[in-house]
Design a protein around this ligand. Structure first.
Ligand SMILES: O=P(O)(O)OC[C@H]1O[C@](O)(CO)[C@@H](O)[C@@H]1O
Length: 447
């Protein structure tokens, strides 16, 4: 059976296989911390066995709720930020027709996103798009108090109620939040919205395989069962009992830490397929929030090739040697486009006539790998047979498991994010939120 494959051969000119394998014992200890729940942040390990423990009844409930929204709405706006946004966005973008918003999306509603920024023009333009449309809302917030989604929900809830009335609006709003706590839970219970629970022991960035990701993905018309079963097969392949050399999550975590140790402090997740752009955004939150603490951590960056070879390519080839690349490579395209011959051949490209566009892309990929490795950029490669729900599920779990191991190798708590509170505190102080009087005084003195 085909699965995603990790290949670290082209990183081994910078670190040796021995340096990677020297992590075997520490990886085993990290793995044990995850599986026995003895490490830092052990109250947030609910993602570890999530794929294999999701029940058929749970998936059916999500599918039924998605069906309700799909029947009533031509547009569904998913409101959320960070882990309450990026997983669904990543999977939907990867699986969707790139031009679905122009072409229409068959029987599927358009899925739009809000609450992932505080852009006034973004919200205004979204409200205009929704005016006169049959739309619904999925409001996702674990805490229920995050400012960005709360502002978007206020605006869009009002608009929806004005357009269809309070009673109908109730059937078009679903809340995904904490089981008992938080403002969104309170509001949903008060208004009688359908709700789904984000388990207490699953942090935002590890929540894509809960209703946080599964509900929007099902609304968009994709197969959540296949996504979960892909993740479940990776749960086995990355299990605690799988030996180090055969365990892709262990090898990935060890290699990136070995590289970090020799000064490769930036990891660039590379794709050669624009559909994976938002997958990298999801990955950046996963690794950035998990590892960037105690003044440590690999900085997770991303590029879309070949697009960014014409902008960032120079830096990557020739800039400071503090980077390594992890390339997401997709074997098989969905469609077949052949380059035509041209009588005049003014662009000199007739040597490509009859070749598929993807053959050119694959040679760009290989050429880039060789150039970057020659230029001193270690290269890890993850091959994906094709972009389907199953392989995205595998990739998600692979990165989650490796992230848990890697965070423990680094010696941090991979499951908290205390640093993100700093901007919130200042923003509230500047906005003179009641209760922030002291902070307001202090911050104003700095202006
Ligand atoms: O789901 P919530 O509670 O609105 O949080 C959204 C995001 O905000 C953070 O808490 C901090 O940015 C992330 O960890 C999380 O994914």
């Amino acid at each position: 059976m085909e699965t995603i494959q990790l290949n670290i051969d082209k990183a081994l000119s910078s670190v040796t296989k021995e340096q990677v394998f020297a992590y075997e014992k520490e990886v085993a200890e990290s793995m044990e911390k995850l599986h026995k729940g003895t490490g830092k942040g052990n109250d947030f390990l609910g993602w570890l066995h999530l794929p294999s423990s999701i029940t058929d009844a749970h998936l059916s409930e999500i599918e039924a709720a998605a069906k309700q929204l799909r029947e009533r709405c031509e547009i569904v706006v998913v409101i959320g930020i960070g882990g309450s946004y990026l997983g669904a966005k990543a999977v939907i973008e990867a699986l969707s027709d790139t031009f679905a918003q122009i072409k229409g999306n068959g029987n599927n509603p358009q899925v739009l996103f809000a609450g992932q920024n505080i852009g006034e023009d973004y919200l205004y333009e979204l409200q205009q798009v929704l005016a006169g449309k049959q739309f619904g809302l999925i409001n996702i917030s674990k805490s229920g108090t995050t400012t960005e989604p709360a502002i978007a929900f206020r605006l869009l809830k009002k608009q929806l109620e004005a357009q269809v009335g309070k009673e109908e609006a109730k059937h078009r709003i679903i809340a995904v939040t904490d089981a008992a706590r938080g403002a969104l839970r309170k509001l949903a219970d008060m208004e009688g919205y359908k709700t789904f629970v984000i388990p207490d022991n699953v942090g935002g960035r590890f929540s894509v395989l809960t209703p946080v990701g599964l509900l929007p993905i099902a609304v968009a018309g994709f197969d959540i069962r296949s996504l979960v079963s892909g993740a479940a097969s990776m749960e086995q392949l990355c299990g605690a009992e799988v030996p180090f050399e055969k365990n892709p999550a262990a090898i990935y975590a060890a290699t990136r830490n070995a590289l970090y140790k020799i000064g490769q402090k930036i990891e660039i997740l590379v794709n050669f397929n624009p559909k994976l752009h938002f997958f990298a955004e999801w990955w950046k939150q996963l690794y950035g929030e998990s590892e960037g603490k105690d003044h440590k951590g690999i900085f997770p960056a991303s590029v879309d090739f070949t697009t960014d070879l014409h902008s960032m390519g120079q830096w990557i080839q020739d800039g400071e040697r503090s980077i390594f690349e992890t390339v997401l490579s997709v074997n098989k395209m969905k469609y077949n486009v052949t380059i035509p011959t041209d009588e005049d051949n003014l662009d000199g490209l007739n040597f490509l006539a009859g070749k598929r566009v993807d053959q050119v892309n694959k040679m760009a990929e290989l050429g880039t790998q060789i150039a970057h490795v020659d230029g001193g950029v270690p290269n890890l490669r993850i091959e994906m047979p094709e972009i389907t729900e199953k392989y995205l599920g595998e990739l998600i779990y692979f990165f989650e498991k490796a992230c848990g191991i890697s965070g423990y190798l680094l010696g941090v708590n991979p499951f908290d994010q205390p640093g993100v509170e700093a901007y919130k505190k200042n923003m509230f102080a500047l906005l003179e939120k009641p209760g922030y009087e002291e902070e307001t005084k202090a911050i104003k003195a700095k202006l």
